[in-house]
Design a protein around this ligand. Structure first.
Ligand code: UFG
Length: 330
């Protein structure tokens, strides 16, 4: 196997690169380093290129014989997508079209694509399975849904094989503390809760709304460890061998935790109090998102190793408390 990991310097992509290299797979990371970190890929080969640059993509594909692409590149912040929808469609849809066309020109016909729970919009069932209506309520989710449709059409027209993996809330860090979540600015809940603990009251967590229609009024999400997402990508490779066409799987633990429950979990893991204040709701947030991942378990053989929220948070806590926390830029 020889895999091109697009977005390999980002949060989930860099964990994928480590997962593949631990299994002696040939891996090249491609990243524009707009949000990713060179140091996160370690000594893996890194091509610095942007999906919006078809010439750079041609150079990347001409540089090796890849048989599969894993595609993690995206603008992925729900709130930002509401403010900058055109940027999201440009980067996520046009960028992916460029990638697919370059794959076609270079004879690469297998793709694992990162999608999101945001393609579903507001849930109409307690847990969201693959048959749930897809009605995104923000441009981020809409941009990913457009790509899912493109992959179906490309499968029918050109035989492109693809597995789309719809993550619920990716969380945690590598258990050896080597890499973790390091966005700038950070918008995700768990790193922000940890940052609030570490700021010791100087920068309380802002909880975006406590008047949602949920048991404690704060939003409910399904947190899934980043290495468990990598495991599913690995299993998607063998799935594609046996299944032509375009396929999609939801990835979550199937348990919802409110923002306040995440705060309590960080307090348990850290042994410290989380200072917080309640702020207005964030645009584009659905109240509840919880996965039904039975299909991934049955068909991919996916078995998440981190089924307890505290265990997921403990890996993030270790990464953030490491004195050298954050990617060490070479
Ligand atoms: N939240 C806060 N305070 C913060 C950060 C987040 O209250 O400082 C809340 C959010 O409003 C939300 C929940 O915590 O209710 C989780 O927010 P995140 O930003 O951590 O994650 P999102 O649910 O917005 O986003 C995640 C993925 C997206 C995916 C989305 C589906 O990062 O890729 O789930 O809605 F699209």
């Amino acid at each position: 196997m020889n895999i091109l990991v697009c977005g390999g310097a980002g949060y989930i992509g860099s964990h994928m690169v480590r997962w593949l290299r631990a299994r002696d797979v040939d891996v090249t990371a491609l990243d524009n380093l707009s949000t990713g970190h060179r140091a996160a890929v370690g000594d893996c080969r890194l091509i610095e290129a942007d999906l919006l640059d078809p010439t750079a993509l041609d150079r990347a594909f001409a540089s090796d014989r890849f048989d599969t692409v894993m595609h993690f590149c995206a603008c992925s912040l729900v709130g930002e997508s509401v403010l900058k929808p055109l940027d999201y469609y440009q980067n996520n849809v046009v960028g992916t079209l460029n990638l697919l066309q370059a794959m076609g020109r270079h004879g690469v016909a297998r793709l694992v694509f990162s999608s999101t729970a945001a393609v579903f919009g507001n849930p109409v069932t307690e847990r969201i399975d693959e048959s749930h209506p897809k009605a995104p309520i923000n441009p981020y989710g809409a941009s990913k849904l457009m790509v899912e449709r493109i992959l179906q059409d490309a499968a029918a027209a050109s035989g492109l094989r693809s597995v789309t993996l719809r993550y619920f809330n990716a969380a945690g860090a590598s258990p050896d503390g080597a890499i973790g979540e390091a966005h700038d600015p950070e918008t995700h809940l768990i790193p922000n809760v940890i940052a609030a603990v570490r700021a010791g009251g100087n920068a309380p967590l802002r909880i975006f709304g406590d008047d949602w229609p949920t048991p404690d009024g704060t939003c409910v999400r399904d947190y899934v460890h980043v290495d468990d997402l990598a495991q599913a990508h690995w299993q998607a490779l063998t799935y594609m061998d046996r299944h032509p066409g375009a396929h999609a799987f939801n990835l979550g633990n199937g348990c919802g935790f409110s923002v306040k429950e995440v705060v309590q979990a960080v307090e348990r893991v850290s042994g410290q109090v989380v200072p917080f204040e309640v702020a207005p709701r964030r645009a584009g947030d659905p109240a509840v998102l919880v996965a039904a991942s039975d299909r991934a378990r049955a068909e991919l053989g996916w078995r998440p190793a981190y089924t307890q929220l505290d265990d997921i948070i403990a890996t993030a806590w270790c990464w953030h408390c490491d004195p050298g926390f954050g990617p060490r830029e070479a």
